[in-house]
Design a protein around this ligand. Structure first.
Ligand code: J9N
Length: 386
């Protein structure tokens, strides 16, 4: 991959010789070329800016030097990147996309912006992306271009020694923030390493880490959780009263199966009417998934217990053709993540004979609670909120 930088501050790019990008260059994976935009001017003062048409404060970058630079630097297959606060938000998905390109040209603006015709012209000769690092204002695009560079270059095949550590990192997978990590010593300045990490129980460690990641995400980045989505981007959305009839249909399909698995017709959900569904929709926090317009899955939760610290989870329903796809587990994770902050434990009921459901719940960290009351033919499972 070749990367070119157009800037009036070439010194900003000294870090490219260091650390990660520097190593990639040493390996021959990338080539960096930094260009002073002023070298594409012809006047004595190497002017790159001028006053804005229409008036107003500040200066605008004039088009001619950019045009000459693009003439020299772009070729078929180039992608020109303008780093600007009004661009599309930069994220891991965009980094992965850019990592597939042969040639990136970073156009780093300064002042109050670049003459709009530069972007129009660039679009006529190359793929153009206008990219923002985030909703804050820098003095120029250089730092943003460096950040984009580092995120892209580390994804190039052959760059990282350890491919697995890439997969596991923040935003690379699952859309959750990272769980907290610890190393020796086990106690440091009065702070302990959580006992579960020293237990040697890998299943327990995995569940603890997943819970920590979900909690952290809920606290710091609720936007990543709600609206929540499946792996393919299908959203999990709150149910409305308009969903009642389809929920009833899905519920009947699922509860006939439950009835057969538990050899019992004595399951309340099996006998509910449309009005019953409308009623519980009013009191439960219910979420649904639609595929091609069809309601294919649902889950509900509500506060329980004398002190309202329990989150009662129920009606995890998946259409027959999608069972076994992992959708039930996604909904189970989702309904936990939307529980109010006051919740300290989760509770759910399932049929004593629903072996597959029970296995999924146990994998998600729930434990059978024979000490607690359950309706005939059902079992209770609970889990403490991490
Ligand atoms: N995300 C982002 C980009 C920028 C600038 S200011 C001038 C050029 C690019 N600020 N914030």
């Amino acid at each position: 991959m070749r990367l070119d930088y157009l800037t009036i501050f070439p010194d900003f790019f000294a870090p490219l010789d260091l650390s990660l990008p520097g190593k990639a260059a040493d390996k021959g994976l990338v080539e960096f070329h930094v260009h002073d935009l002023r070298s594409y001017t012809h006047d004595k003062h190497h002017r790159v800016d001028d006053t804005p048409y229409g008036g107003g404060a500040g200066m605008v970058m004039k088009p001619e030097p950019w045009g000459e630079a693009f003439d020299e630097l772009t070729r078929p297959g180039s992608t020109i990147i303008f780093t600007t606060p009004s661009g599309e938000p930069f994220d891991q998905r965009l980094a992965a996309d850019l990592a597939t390109r042969e040639h990136l040209v970073f156009a780093c603006g300064r002042y109050e912006g670049i003459d709009q015709r530069v972007m129009e012209h660039a679009r006529e000769r190359a793929e153009v992306r206008e990219i923002s690092l985030g909703d804050y204002v820098l003095n120029g695009g250089e730092v943003a271009a460096l950040a984009v560079t580092e995120a892209v270059v580390r994804l190039l095949p052959g760059f990282m020694g350890n491919a697995q550590s890439l997969v596991e990192e923040s935003h690379a997978d699952g859309g959750l923030l990272e769980y907290p990590v610890y190393t020796k010593p086990p106690e440091w300045r009065g702070h302990q390493v959580p006992a579960v990490l020293r237990s040697g129980d890998h299943g327990k460690v995995e569940r603890w880490r997943h819970d920590q990641a979900v909690r952290r995400t809920a606290e710091r980045r609720p936007d990543l959780l709600s609206p929540s989505t499946l792996d393919d981007g299908t959203p999990i959305v709150r149910a409305t009263q308009g969903d009642a009839a389809e929920l009833l249909t899905l519920q009947r399909a699922c509860w006939v199966q439950e009835a057969l698995a538990n050899d019992s017709l004595d399951i309340p959900a099996l006998h509910e009417s449309l009005d019953d569904v409308r009623t519980w929709l009013g009191v439960w926090d219910t979420w649904v998934v639609r595929r091609a317009g069809r309601l294919v899955a649902a889950v509900r939760g509500r506060l329980e217990g004398p002190d309202q610290t329990a989150w009662d989870i129920g009606r995890i329903m998946v259409a027959p053709d999608l069972q076994g796809s992992g959708l039930g587990r996604v909904l189970l994770d989702h309904i936990q993540s939307v529980a109010p902050a006051t919740v300290t434990w989760y509770v759910l009921f399932t049929g004593a004979g629903s072996v597959r459901n029970q296995r999924m719940y146990k994998k998600a960290g729930f434990r059978l609670r024979p000490d607690l009351d359950a309706p005939a033919g059902a079992v209770v499972l609970t889990k403490r909120r991490a």
